[in-house]
Design a protein around this ligand. Structure first.
Ligand SMILES: [Fe+2]
Length: 691
């Protein structure tokens, strides 16, 4: 759409999104409000989100503080930082119905511009000043740049990554600065440890006492929220972080939820803390808090959201009936997940079409929590499943051209295939998948970017090549696969999407992901050796902002006597700091990692590389934290991973502390019929056991 939005359309959009409207004027004026900054009355700062070429949503929270309260806020948007040229202003209500949060849609702005905004209450007490940006016009082919992030656990770590991102951006020349920050989920972690529950801390981390749930529920040694007020208290606590606040005040954010915005092992409206339990009321509560705290263009499915969010009445009834994609069709489940539709798309100039999917609300139950998959857990092999078995269980009755095996050989024993008659698993669900494929097919930008909260690249370990003298017996003749909770466990649908990309001749297909708490980059192929390797797109996975990853977990969880420890953790001589051998196992195979531990000689270890384990991967660092920066231009897609040291404490340096490494990837634009290619170069620092 190149025609500017009309005022009438803007009014309809604001109503559909449940926000107040500020319409921009072409004749800027000076400010007429008595704004006087009193940031203490806006403890969660300000934010903006979901920019288009003509508008953006602005956000703040103005709760009662002491005996000072407000019932409405004036919002001013200016095209200069001094607020001499106000292009739009309006008033918007605040009340306890939305936990004192305030969302305003500004429409009628100009494309590719920088704007400033601020809120003030009836007393003239003002918020801090925020900066935001509108998307370039669809015809604007200048290179576009953004950052993507995921997984910030404020209880266990610090947001040094945001500080580094801000400092890097300030140093860029203005034309090369980031346009927005894409947040791929785990913006909050709903499972919370109270410090007294774990006096020993968590791995290398100290537990911060940031939130106590008024109505929480305790499982094992952690607590989970049960009401909308519990979920709200989580956002209130997280948004006190000064680095996150400064990032939200500097760039518009584009946010997609992942699992922890609702429930750790949640799927649809169900939770699992040992077994699957209906949690429709919690799903609605989680959605309501997300709606209130994230400035995003989201609404209830099939209708309008009116401010405040209208929570549908639901009860926690177990799921009984499913469609052919594993979606529970009981009314309470549908009402809960349809209370907010997260999936949506956006455009950023001529180079970026961004499609965001919700990978949690419609997915069929993952293999990880299915009781029938338990018999196929490789005991003694940490954090992995069998690739071969996952293929069979995921595809169900569709396996092998609708010819699934009656039994699966595991540990030398033929076991009945429990999913021989079951439909294949689905990550997206039927309705979202139809929408997604249509978005992909009709995308016109050079780069079709998929904001994909969970990753697709397989990360395998060739356990079938373990020496026989090790005290560990791998149960199949194929590869081990890390995790089966992401696309690596929804392989049938993944293959269907890749087939669609190939058949439609879609080029410039790239997925950007979070969730794995690891940096990975590589080429997407429907199958890997010993089957064919035929890339159809590329993928970049960002390390977490702060949440611990597998490398850290293994360092603390695997005792020195564990027979497989050296495949996960390399212990250099003289008690030096352990390193992530798992990177080497994923990229070059188990024999390389064992040889490294034996000889302490990386070059010697690499002579035992298995070239078949990871032809798809250009990079894998399971121990890294930080963020990724994408530059999308007509000729190439460039992505840089910025890795920082484990963010155990907030950096004392003004620049957010040191950078461990920067590694850059280039993907030249490819044409229909060509395969994508990726090159890698180290910009700064040293890579951690990544050959
Ligand atoms: Fe996470």
């Amino acid at each position: 759409m190149s025609r500017p939005i009309t005022r009438r359309e803007a009014i309809a959009t604001a109503a559909a999104l449940g926000v107040s409207l500020a319409w921009a004027s072409r004749t800027p004026r000076g400010s007429q409000t008595s704004w006087q900054q009193r940031a203490e009355y806006y403890p969660q700062g300000v934010a903006s989100g979901d920019p288009t070429s003509d508008g953006v949503i602005l956000w703040t929270r103005r709760p009662p503080v002491g005996d000072s309260s407000a019932s409405s806020l004036a919002v001013e948007i200016s095209d200069d930082a001094q607020f001499h040229r106000i292009v739009s202003k309006t008033r918007a209500p605040v009340s306890p119905n939305t936990d004192w949060t305030c969302r305003v849609l500004v429409a009628g702005l100009l494309p590719g511009r920088e704007y400033w905004y601020r809120f003030s209450d009836e007393h003239g007490f003002g918020s801090r000043i925020g900066r935001t940006l509108t998307a370039p016009a669809r015809t604007d082919a200048r290179p576009a740049r953004f950052a993507f992030v995921s997984c910030q656990n404020m209880q266990l770590g610090a947001c040094n990554a945001y500080r580094r991102m801000i400092v890097d951006d300030e140093r860029r020349n203005p034309a090369e600065r980031l346009g927005f920050v894409l947040h791929l989920g785990d913006f909050v972690y709903e499972i919370v440890w109270y410090p007294e529950d774990r006096p020993q801390g968590y791995y290398s981390r100290r537990i911060r006492d940031i939130v106590r749930y008024a109505s929480g529920e305790k499982h094992a040694d952690f607590h989970v929220p049960t009401t909308v007020d519990d979920y709200r208290s989580l956002y209130r606590a997280y948004l006190l972080d000064p680095d996150l606040q400064d990032a939200r005040a500097r760039w518009p954010f584009v946010c997609m939820q992942d699992n922890h915005e609702f429930s750790w092992k949640g799927w649809q409206s169900q939770e699992n803390f040992g077994d699957t339990q209906p949690a429709q009321t919690r799903k609605v509560a989680a959605n309501q808090a997300w709606f209130e705290y994230q400035p995003a263009r989201v609404a209830r499915v099939g209708g309008k959201v009116t401010a405040p969010f209208r929570a549908p009445p639901v009860s926690n009834a177990p799921l009984g009936r499913f469609d052919a994609h594993g979606l529970g069709i009981d009314p309470d489940n549908l009402a809960a997940i349809d209370s907010l539709q997260f999936y949506r798309s956006m455009h950023w100039g001529a180079n970026i079409d961004l499609i965001l999917t919700d990978n949690r609300s419609y997915r069929s139950e993952p293999l990880t929590t299915r009781p029938e998959a338990l018999a196929f857990q490789p005991n003694g092999f940490p954090a992995v499943v069998s690739e071969d078995v996952t293929e069979i269980l995921d595809a169900g009755k569709e396996f092998n051209g609708r010819n699934p095996p009656a039994t699966i050989t595991f540990n030398g024993e033929a076991r009945p295939n429990p999913r021989r008659d079951a439909p294949p698993l689905s990550m997206l669900g039927a309705r979202q998948k139809k929408w997604f494929l249509e978005q992909l097919r009709s995308a016109k930008a050079t780069w079709k970017l998929w904001g994909n909260s969970v990753a697709m690249l397989d990360w395998r370990i060739d356990f079938q090549n373990l020496p026989t003298d090790l005290d560990a017996r791998w149960p199949t003749s194929g590869y081990g696969l890390l995790g089966d909770d992401d696309w690596s466990g929804y392989r049938h649908e993944r293959a269907e999407i890749f087939r669609f990309v190939r058949e439609q001749g879609i080029t410039g297909f790239a997925t950007v992901c979070g969730d794995r708490h690891s940096f990975l980059a590589g080429l997407l192929s429907p199958t890997l050796p010993p089957k064919r390797f035929e890339p159809i797109g590329v993928e970049f996975v960002t390390g977490s902002i702060s949440a611990p990853g597998i490398a850290e977990a293994m360092e603390y969880n695997l005792p020195p006597t564990h027979p497989l420890r050296s495949l996960y953790v390399y212990q250099p001589p003289d008690n030096a700091r352990p390193q992530a051998a798992i990177n080497l196992s994923i990229l070059r195979g188990v024999r390389a990692s064992l040889e490294l531990q034996r000889t302490h000689d990386l070059q010697q270890a690499l002579t035992l590389s298995n070239k078949d384990v990871a032809p798809q991967l250009s990079f894998a660092d399971v121990g890294g934290h930080g963020f990724a920066v994408v530059t999308a231009a007509p000729a190439a897609l460039d992505v840089e991973f910025v890795c920082i040291p484990r963010p155990i404490e907030r950096a004392t340096q003004a620049d957010g502390g040191p950078v461990s490494y920067r590694v850059a990837f280039r993907v030249p634009r490819w044409s229909k019929g060509e395969a994508p290619q990726m090159t890698r170069s180290v910009v700064e620092g040293e890579l951690p056991l990544v050959p």
